[in-house]
Design a protein around this ligand. Structure first.
Ligand code: GLN
Length: 484
């Protein structure tokens, strides 16, 4: 096996046994990037010399933690001191982050090496990575298709074996949906589990950082490294996250898994549904009990999300006005023109659409009709999950209604794009945790992966890891690699 084909866990073991050095690993991934980046465009910024220097420093030091010497890619909205952090937006061109995000600090403490910055939809707004102001990323399974988004660069890099693992962010599905499209594993932790300090905010009540990896055990390895309370994030939970190592290998006997009837209705492609139902039967064979559950307010999730997420985004993005960060319009005649032109030049069309929509739903006279209403719908959606989790330990759904769609296919129709997250968005509104992992392939022009989503109650990551691991160990989907 070539070094770039390793999983993170395998790389950890190889370093521990002194079979490879961290520098070897970084060099292998850089060479892989050179070979496949012309087709995939997953990465925005890779400072090869800096990554090699970090790796050599790790090689010279005694083993420092569970990720000692392991190179990891980061979505371009996570701050690393001194590195660019552009959120794939023109408005942050030239900006360098002045401090490390808490997750970055934790990765460093675990011994990781920072490999580079992955492409994304601008400010994480999108489901295809096409709203990136730099370029679109391509799906390693079929370069004519989108890798999903907004963490599409991170997912494509992992799937294309340019990185062993990556961190992304998930506001409405941005880790799970690209994981499903690219055939990797993606975790959206419980809201508050992972510190958001140093993540450029999109919708603060929904954003969570999580790992994208080749398999479930790697996701556990990364989650263990980044989770935990952080005094810099007031929404961070104080409970210590459970140690996941006890969840892995335990099997699913005795667990009740719910299939929500509202997730198997119109719009889902037949073979995608079949893959997910087959996964449920497999879990049943492994000893789980399958029950039907209902999440009756599911049909309001997308609308609720697009009121709340845009409202929060309009406030969060107000800071990009040409004064402190990145781009500033040239030769403005006064301050107002400077703000206006900076934002007109700096933001792309989708970001502008969201800011305008968010400002509208918060404006006087409309606030009660839209924003307040959406908050109430959010409470109902959360209640749905509470009731469902009274009847089952976790919920199984497709991650997406279709496999990866073609680049360009949905760019003219925002509503169609928004519907790509129809199965992931409610989880963010509820604040619960969910993981997506491969559960089969369907054939279009090429073979494309399908994602199984396992949703767990608040702070029960160990339950979804237990199920995901049992399923993964019983199947061979993770052996498949994209034809690059
Ligand atoms: N696709 C959704 C959106 O465009 C979710 C994005 C995300 O999770 N960051 O808002």
């Amino acid at each position: 096996m070539k070094l770039h084909e390793f999983t993170a866990s395998r790389a950890v073991a190889a370093i521990r046994r002194c079979e490879v050095s961290s520098e070897d690993l970084v060099r292998a991934l850089l060479a892989r990037m050179e070979a496949v980046e012309p087709q995939i465009s997953a990465m925005l910024h890779v400072d090869a010399e800096a990554a090699l220097a970090e790796a050599r420093a790790r090689d010279a030091a005694p083993p420092s933690g569970p990720l000692h010497g392991i190179p990891i890619a980061l979505k371009d909205n996570l701050s690393v001191r001194g590195q660019p952090c552009t959120c794939a937006s023109r408005i942050l061109r030239g900006y360098r982050a002045p401090y490390d995000a808490t997750v970055v600090e934790k990765l460093r403490r675990a011994g990781a090496v920072l490999l580079g910055r992955a492409n994304m939809d601008e400010f994480a707004m999108g489901s295809s990575t096409e709203t990136s102001s730099v370029r679109a990323t391509r799906n390693p399974w079929d370069p004519a298709r989108a890798p999903g988004g907004s963490s599409g660069g991170a997912a494509a890099a992992v799937a294309a074996r340019e990185a062993f693992a990556a961190l992304g962010s998930d506001t409405g599905g941005s880790i799970r949906q690209p994981a499903a499209f690219c055939g990797c594993v993606g975790l959206k932790p419980t809201y508050g589990r992972v510190s958001r300090y140093g993540l450029v905010a999109f919708a603060s009540s929904l954003d969570q950082i999580g790992p994208l990896t080749r398999d479930v055990r790697d996701a556990a390895l990364l989650f263990n490294a980044i989770a935990g309370h952080d005094p810099h994030d007031s929404t961070s939970l104080s409970d210590a996250p459970a140690d996941l190592s006890s969840a892995l290998g335990r099997g699913v006997r005795g667990l009740k898994l719910g299939l929500p009837r509202e997730y198997f209705l119109k719009g889902i492609e037949r073979d995608v549904e079949e893959s997910v139902r087959r996964a449920a039967r497999e879990l049943e064979k492994l000893g789980a009990e399958i029950v039907e559950v209902s999440l009756p307010h599911t049909e309001y999730a997308v609308a609720t999300y697009y009121v709340l997420a845009t409202a929060e985004a309009s406030a969060n993005l107000a800071r990009f006005d040409g004064v402190r960060y990145g781009h500033r319009a040239e030769k403005p005649s006064d301050l107002l023109e400077m703000y206006g032109r900076t934002r007109a030049e700096g933001f792309g069309a989708e970001v502008k659409r969201r800011i305008i929509l968010g400002t509208y739903v918060l404006s006087r006279g409309y606030h009660d009709a839209y924003y307040l209403h959406a908050q109430k719908a959010r409470t109902l959606i959360r209640g749905d999950f509470q009731q469902a989790f009274a009847r089952c330990d976790a919920i199984l759904t497709p991650t997406t209604p279709t496999p990866a769609f073609k680049l360009g296919e949905k760019m003219q129709d925002p509503l169609q794009m928004y519907l790509a997250d129809i199965f992931t968005i409610a989880v963010n509104l509820a604040g619960a945790c969910a993981i997506s992992l491969p559960c089969g392939f369907v054939v279009r022009e090429t073979t494309l992966p399908v994602g199984l989503q396992i949703i767990g109650p608040w702070m029960r990551e160990e339950t979804i890891f237990r199920i995901a691991d049992a399923y993964e160990q019983a199947t061979a989907w993770r052996e498949e690699a994209p034809p690059l």
